[in-house]
Design a protein around this ligand. Structure first.
Ligand SMILES: *Cc1c(COP(=O)(O)O)cnc(C)c1O
Length: 391
């Protein structure tokens, strides 16, 4: 089956639901057994995927989503979690304990960095941040106690592409697990398990849900890493609400057609912005002159609608406000991956430790939504005009 057909079919079992195309929302905590035998039989198969034992362990709604995401990411099994950050923290806790060493890309999503510094640090895990461009040079940072190498590509806010296969080869030589935040590419545009990743995280909040109306995360594993992740999920009480799983499944079915349009508009805007005098750099690996372009072309099959840019010079705050406040389509708001366009200022220079981000101009992040791309382009053009006029 080709991927677009898998997106439509994966995780669907109409025969289990009176023929309904979509699984119903099972709102359930208590799951009843008719007999003592049945109750004890379920308990002895607690870790089997698809067992209805207790609501926290999942229902047919979450099982369907988990099955579909596992199929698309190309992994063995998936756990759904209440948010993307919940998926990241659970995956890291599955492998790390006191005295262990963790390597994390310096371009990591900032809340992941905060979890590593504040929570893992308190547990006695040593955290080292590394240059996202390190590639096989990660060998120089590996220690005897390095348990996890965390990768995210492209990087949050700055969009560096990492050489995942090279990093994974070194990590595996040292017996470390590679955990990836694969949210930007979604399960469609980067296949983590074909590139050496052991555990892949999606902030399903973004493109999988796709409509800005639910928070959800997924952790997808190889067969070898699944036991450790499932244990962490169970011990921590990590779960995902049935309504949110339903919304994610509904979003997932249209992921391919939505992403194609996000990519098309993202590229059009990024190309146009890279010709503008107000912009010194566009941070988008799909552009041929992006430093990550060759790696992106080698390993990814597409680009989503999220990219960054750096303004050519410092602008007064009032000029930035004139640009942001007057946008008709680019709303000011965090998160991304919904149908709507967004534009926010970002501050990557504030929290890097292994590398620096030195640009005189403000960095911005743009999400190209599903509006008409010409409307988006005109909105940006008027925004840059306001920026200049107020400067
Ligand atoms: C948004 C995001 C997350 C966190 O997802 P939440 O559902 O908001 O917790 C993790 N990683 C990346 C790259 C993100 O953009």
């Amino acid at each position: 089956m080709r991927e677009d057909s898998t997106i439509v079919n994966a995780g669907r079992h109409p025969e289990d639901h009176y023929g309904a195309v979509n699984p119903p929302v099972y709102r359930a905590s208590t799951i009843l057994s008719a007999t003592l035998d049945e109750l004890q039989e379920k308990e002895s198969n607690l870790n089997e995927i698809g067992q209805m034992v207790y609501g926290r362990f999942g229902t047919p709604t979450s099982f369907a989503l988990q099955e579909a995401v596992a199929a698309l990411e190309g992994g063995h099994a998936t756990a759904a979690t209440a948010s993307g950050l919940n998926a990241l923290s659970t995956a890291l806790l599955a492998f790390l304990g006191t005295g262990d060493h963790l390597l994390v890309t310096d371009s990591v999503y900032r809340p992941t960095r905060r979890f590593c510094d504040d929570m893992l640090g308190r547990l006695g895990v040593e955290v080292t941040y590394y240059d996202p461009h390190v590639g096989a040079g990660i060998a120089g940072l590996m220690r005897d106690n390095t348990r996890v190498v965390f990768v995210e590509a492209p990087g949050s806010l700055t969009f560096e592409v990492q050489d995942i296969p090279a990093i994974a080869a070194v990590a595996h030589e040292h017996g470390a697990v590679v955990v990836m935040d694969n949210t930007w590419a979604s399960p469609l545009y980067f296949k983590p398990f074909a590139h050496g990743v052991d555990v892949s995280i999606q902030a399903a909040t973004k493109y999988i849900v796709g409509h800005s109306d639910a928070l959800l995360g997924t952790i997808t594993c190889t067969e070898e890493t699944w036991d450790a992740v499932l244990t962490a999920v169970r011990r921590l009480g990590v779960t995902a609400g049935a309504d949110d799983c339903y919304l994610a499944l509904r979003g997932l079915r249209t992921l391919s057609v939505r992403l194609a349009r996000h990519q098309q508009s993202g590229l059009a805007l990024a190309r146009w912005l890279s010709t503008r005098p107000e912009v010194t750099r566009v941070l988008y690996p799909a552009l041929p002159d992006d430093p990550g372009h060759e790696l992106w072309r080698r390993d990814f099959s597409g680009a989503c609608g999220l990219f960054g840019l750096v303004l050519a010079r410092p602008y007064p705050r009032e000029a930035l406000a004139a640009m942001f406040d007057g946008f008709e389509h680019f709303a000011l708001g965090y998160s991304w991956g919904g149908f709507e366009s967004l534009c926010v200022p970002t501050f990557p220079e504030r929290f890097r430790t292994a590398t620096t981000w030195e640009h005189p101009g403000q960095t911005l992040r743009i999400h190209a939504g599903l509006e008409d791309p010409d409307d988006l382009l005109e909105d940006l053009e008027r925004g840059l005009a306001r920026l200049e006029a107020a400067a």
